[in-house]
Design a protein around this ligand. Structure first.
Ligand code: ADP
Ligand code: MG
Length: 498
């Protein structure tokens, strides 16, 4: 609201602007008295706003200390992480399971043909038709379906029925448009991004759900057999030939496109990494008589790092709340500090604490922001990328989604918080990458790291912060490790594996 000449305005923390203006009839005594009363009230509110702003500045310093990772601390995490990777390769059933995927060696780039890929992610289900053209080239057609929270908790077989239904609709559509031949039965790669123990490529027992899934009657079952059952029931013309996870898919796809790639990471609903390991360095496979010089892709499932014992990662009280109220307390400790499912929730918990302490949103109805998981990580991205001085984007988020008015000082504070939470996530991710680099000795020659997932692709500055973290860990040589966006890894990788 623009001030008129001779007027004054005050913005209390509730965000409503009170404006006081002079007009000739206000010079009459009764009005003037009234006006002074208002100004008096306004001054009180202004004093309150000042002290609230000061309080917020104090809070910000506290949060900076809580969420900042020093290079020294990062190096300690890297060492512990390396140990966890080694332990996972040595023995079965370890915290970081280091799952052999039975994908042997790198693709040649000459793979060709039509393949279907079904990617059951943490947030979306994607169905793709991939045409590999050789020479690292491909074409892809895809459809996306949103998964509901109910579906994630409903019986497992129903979840696979849903995947089969979506696939059937997709195939029918592509037969109609002449892309897929009628009566063709296409090979299918199933990208199932939850930890599975595999002993061949088209088999995988779900060890445990992650990323907020809890569908009963699935853990301990072979998910390929379950998916095949659904495909049969609906007579879908597709043959599941390979089970992979998004991370292994991304490893293979990004190497197909860029042969310098040695590691792949996912930063989406969850987080994970994969790389290629020598069989001779995987003691737990020694009984299988595989050529020790062969290479096999390892799905680290590194989101589980530091689970249960919680010895190495710096967890704040907000992280503890997230863990304790999650459907899997104690598990996926690393993932809960990093991935898209949780970052928005961390910020929301801080906001709720400040509401309880009377620091922000006094006198406003805050029930919407008090709903768990109502603050999407995408909001943090939007807040950090707001280009306006007034932080109009942040005004929009709070008014539109939470019916809350914000002051400029609050908006700057929220943006600073988002930055702290986002930066910590990126720097912890750098620790994970550094552990693999250091274990495999990739630092001197350098390597590329293919990365995918909405957090990596859409969060402003996420990649830069990972690179900055790698340099904090390794010094100048950290520049030898470069992450890049691996275009559609899970779909294409799955097709190449198939
Ligand atoms: P999936 O994990 O299902 O493969 P994505 O890679 O798209 O899916 O990741 C989804 C996660 O990314 C969700 O947790 C969501 O909160 C988060 N997300 C979505 N959009 C953005 C964004 N613009 N910035 C940061 N995070 C985002
Ligand atoms: Mg994904």
């Amino acid at each position: 609201m623009a001030d008129r000449p001779g007027g004054t305005s005050v913005t209390p923390p509730t965000g409503h602007t009170f404006a006081f203006t002079r007009s000739s009839d206000q010079d009459d005594l009764p009005h003037a008295t009234k006006r002074y009363q208002y100004i008096h009230q306004g001054a009180l509110i202004a004093t309150y706003a000042d002290s609230a702003n000061r309080k917020m500045a104090d809070h910000l310093r506290k949060f900076e200390t809580m969420f900042t990772l020093t290079p020294q601390r990062m190096r300690m995490i890297v060492e512990a992480f390396k140990d966890a990777l080694e332990t996972g390769l040595a023995k079965r059933d370890q915290v970081v399971p280091m799952i052999p995927t039975y994908v042997f060696g790198w693709p040649t780039g000459k793979e060709t043909g039509n393949y279907l890929a079904v990617d059951l992610g943490g947030t979306n289900l994607r169905v793709c038709l991939v045409t590999l053209q050789g020479d690292g080239k491909f074409e892809i057609t895809q459809s996306k379906y949103r998964l509901s929270e109910e579906q994630k908790q409903d019986d497992g077989q129903l979840l696979f029925d849903f995947c089969a239904e979506c696939l059937k609709a997709f195939i029918d559509l592509n037969i109609e448009s002449g892309v897929i031949e009628k009566d063709a039965v296409l090979p299918l790669g199933f990208t199932f991004s939850y930890p599975c123990s595999q002993d061949k490529i088209d088999h995988g027992e779900l060890i445990r759900w992650t990323k907020g899934f809890g569908a009963p009657n699935t853990e301990g079952h072979d998910v390929v057999a379950m998916f095949r059952k659904s495909l049969e029931k609906l007579s879908v013309p597709a043959e599941v030939v390979a089970l992979t996870c998004d991370t292994t898919g991304t490893l293979i796809a990004s190497h197909y496109v860029n042969p310098k790639t040695k590691i792949a990471c996912i930063f989406g609903t969850g987080c994970n990494a994969a790389y290629m390991e020598y069989v001779r360095d995987i003691p737990k496979l020694s009984a299988l008589n595989i050529d020790p010089n062969a290479e096999i892709a390892i799905n680290c499932e590194w989101g589980a790092f530091d689970s249960f014992e919680h010895e190495h990662l710096p967890r704040t009280k907000y992280d503890l709340v997230i863990d304790e109220t999650s459907n899997k307390p104690g598990e996926q400790a690393f993932e809960k500090l990093i991935s898209g499912r949780y970052l928005g929730e961390i910020l929301r918990l801080i906001i709720c604490e400040l509401i309880d302490e009377g620091v922000i949103f006094l006198g406003q109805n805050t029930y919407k922001v008090e709903i768990p998981y109502s603050f999407d990580t995408a909001f943090l991205s939007l807040m950090e990328s707001d280009p306006t001085d007034e932080l109009l984007m942040i005004i929009g988020i709070f008014t539109h989604f939470f019916a809350l008015e914000t002051t400029l000082a609050e908006r700057q504070f929220f943006r600073a918080l988002a930055k702290l939470v986002g930066r910590r996530a990126a720097r912890l991710s750098a620790c994970g990458i550094a552990a693999i680099v250091s274990k495999m000795g990739y630092l001197e020659e350098g390597c590329a790291v293919g990365a995918d997932g909405s957090l990596y692709n859409k969060y402003p500055g996420f990649a830069d912060r990972v690179h900055e973290g790698l340099q904090d860990i390794f010094g100048e040589k950290g520049r030898n490790i470069v992450t890049y966006h691996a275009e559609d890894g899970s779909g294409i990788g799955s097709a190449i594996v198939a």
